[in-house]
Design a protein around this ligand. Sequence first.
Ligand code: NAP
Length: 207
Amino acid sequence: MKKEEKKSRIGIMGGTFDPIHYGHLVAAEGARHHFNLEKVVFVPAARPPHKGARVITGPVHRLNMAVLATGSNPNFEVSDIEIKRRGPSYTIDTLYYFHHSRPGSDLYFITGADAVLEILTWHRVQELLDLCSFIAATRPGYRLENLAETLKGLPPGSIEKISVMEVPALAISSTDIRERVRRGMPVKYLLPEEVENYIYEKGLYRE
Ligand code: NAP
């Protein structure tokens, strides 16, 4: 009897990563282990479609920091696909890219639960849910009821494609790190040393 071929599972870690920190790395490694992913590809968003007034650090800096942070983990990769593409960074376009470039793989899109909370407003959401499963990483104290309420709005069959993963290390946040750097407070142990050095060398987050 022909042995059934096992499909590979790829995690796509989507975020602004401004900057990338240990919370993101712990979430990616946790998802890799829990969902038996072959690898996790970090995809920094060039221009997240829903971002408001805040000025985001240049995409090349955020990409460089992601490369520095993930270099020591052979199961992690970084993709510049959203940075090379023009226009807003719609997740649907990114997923089609991986769907075509890694045919036959099951795709898992990993991101923060607050981002998933907005999922009903995302570009071509139903198509997205047909293409991949979602892993929503939550911070300690996260109110799951809000997410549960949002997911009720999804068509039947889609809810099962969204998993919630609690990540205590996500007590670390990019917003807090930016604010700390601005105020001259320490960020050591919140993010990899290479990323910390890069931030100081390039003078990021001073203003
Ligand atoms: P965000 O609003 O900046 O972040 C929302 C929350 O999620 C923040 O608390 C953030 O914490 C956390 N977070 C973000 N990425 C995470 C990750 N990979 N793992 C764990 N926590 C994470 O969200 P965003 O970064 O702009 O968007 C997240 C992803 O969703 C991006 O890939 C974006 O392109 C995609 N997205 C797509 C659409 C669309 O296609 N229409 C719309 C919205 C978002 P930190 O600040 O500490 O990271």
